[in-house]
Design a binder for this molecule. Structure first.
Ligand SMILES: [Fe+2]
Length: 192
């Protein structure tokens, strides 16, 4: 196993609800690769905490390669935001998405298969590190992150809310905000 990358707070600011948030974990998350010779290739450890009122999260990306990605929850509690891209004239539309799912991971062992059309980012909504495994071996290009960077995040920001627990705030850089569908990993797997 080796440390593949780590994402410091300073690199995450540009895609936060509040880019000038001052407090929060110094390292948002670490990605380790070659974790096994079997199914799982990477492990992501996302710190618990907040940047301003926003839950710590991964940067988020699309995949340029038509391969399904599988995720497994090892420990912690997370919400995986999935947004389905719109392609027009063979070009990805940057400021609109077709649908948005908020997949709630609560029990270790829960798994999801993400079709390639879905951009994704994990928010750590618990009070301990969020640990996930995935089987992505197809690499990334800068382009995988470019749209998320331009749009300053995915379609919604996940903020803490005293009463509801999680408040979803629409990202104003998208011109439409499909109603988010809250769903379990199993329910999502049955749909796609
Ligand atoms: Fe991915």
């Amino acid at each position: 196993m080796k440390l593949k990358s780590s994402r410091p707070f300073s690199e995450l600011s540009e895609i936060l609800y509040n880019p000038s948030a001052k407090d929060g974990p110094e390292i948002a998350y670490w990605v380790f690769s070659e974790i096994s010779k079997g199914k799982w290739e990477n492990m992501t450890v996302t710190s618990a905490g907040f940047y301003g009122d926003e839950f710590t999260k991964t940067y988020g990306h699309y995949h340029g390669t038509n391969v399904v990605e599988n995720y497994l929850l090892v420990s912690g509690k997370g919400v995986l935001q999935l947004q389905k891209k719109i392609v027009e004239n063979e070009t990805v539309v940057e400021n609109r998405v077709e649908s948005v799912y908020m997949v709630q991971f609560e029990k270790p062992g829960e798994k999801i298969s993400i079709p390639y059309e879905f951009g994704h980012s994990f928010s750590n909504v618990g009070n301990e590190p969020l640990v996930t495994f995935d089987d992505w071996r197809s690499g990334h290009t800068d382009h995988d992150y470019e749209i998320i960077q331009k749009q300053k995040g995915l379609c919604y920001y996940l903020l803490r809310d005293e009463h509801a627990g999680i408040k979803l705030v629409p990202n104003p850089n998208y011109t439409q905000h499909p109603k988010p569908i809250w769903i379990t990993p199993n329910e999502f797997n049955e749909l796609f």
